[in-house]
Write a protein that binds this ligand. Structure first.
Ligand code: ZN
Length: 283
């Protein structure tokens, strides 16, 4: 039977993919060899691409497979771009296995606009920031590598006003700006003894990062730093920093919400925050 043009293209793409896929398997772990190969894949695909959408889809799938199969990262020198890639993979796992996005577009846009404004008005890192509300009655918020901030719908409901909500988001942005999440990830990789000289795959890093995001409370040292930097971010965006103290006190008064479990707190923390605000004379 006569093969259609499309079928011939598919076969060609498959053969190209197989050839390209074998090469990196031979040299797995060496990013310097992988990057040129990836560039080669792009060139080949561009040459073969036409305006038919089916072929474009095949090309994109092929590139995704290629990247996911071979990407290895040196944990001693993770670049911003690599951190964002790891963050995207953690995000996929979180939304597939742990949380659902809160099904309310208005709330999503509200939280995202607060977050983007805080980032824009402070000295944040040169990476994209993503703010998402996940459906959970637990009152919690957390940040993962690569600029991803998560706020539960329970926390959005708990906040009395925009400044209180912004204060928690600013605290999470501070964790990202000070690279706490990626440092936690590096330390976990070292502790597990999988920091090979050839690098660690982004898949492995994303799996460990996912576990950290759902399991591990932040260290007190990181909390104090995120509090301090978070206050600066709030202040730079024009919010009253005292809103964070008020919100923490409100949460403490309401039992033990998740946010205080994952963000160890005590009277010293609130005292330190109050002193910080008084010393900067901002109320
Ligand atoms: Zn924190």
């Amino acid at each position: 039977m006569f093969l259609s043009q499309n079928n011939i293209m598919c076969k060609k793409m498959l053969l190209t993919y197989r050839k390209l896929y074998r090469l990196p398997l031979l040299f797995m772990g060496t990013v310097s060899l992988i990057l040129p190969l990836e560039a080669k894949a792009k060139t080949l695909i561009t040459e073969k691409q036409t305006d038919l959408s089916t072929r474009t889809v095949i090309s994109l799938d092929l590139l995704d497979l290629f990247r996911n199969a071979v990407r290895y990262v040196q944990i001693s020198s993770i670049s911003n771009e690599e951190e964002v890639e790891i963050g995207k993979q953690i995000n996929q796992k979180l939304l597939n296995q742990q949380y659902q996005l809160y099904n309310n577009t208005q709330t999503q846009e509200y939280v995202d606009s607060i977050g983007q404004e805080l980032v824009a008005s402070s000295n944040s890192r040169d990476i994209p920031y993503t703010f998402q509300v996940v459906a959970s009655d637990a009152v919690n918020a957390f940040a993962t590598p690569g600029g991803f901030v998560y706020v539960t719908s329970g926390l959005v409901k708990e906040a009395d006003n925009q400044a209180q909500l912004a204060s928690v988001i600013a605290h999470e942005i501070a964790h990202i700006n000070k690279r706490h999440s990626i440092e936690n990830l590096k330390q976990a990789v070292i502790a597990q003894g999988i920091a090979e000289t050839t690098g660690v795959s982004t898949n492995t890093l994303a799996q460990i990062g996912y576990q950290l995001a759902i399991d591990l409370p932040q260290s007190r040292e990181y909390e104090y730093e995120a509090d301090r930097v978070g206050l600066e971010i709030l202040q730079q965006a024009g919010y009253p920093p005292i809103a964070f103290v008020n919100f923490l006190e409100q949460l403490e008064g309401g039992g033990q919400p998740e946010f205080l479990r994952t963000h160890p707190t005590n009277s010293n923390r609130i005292e330190a925050l109050t002193q910080e605000i008084e010393s900067s004379r901002v109320q």
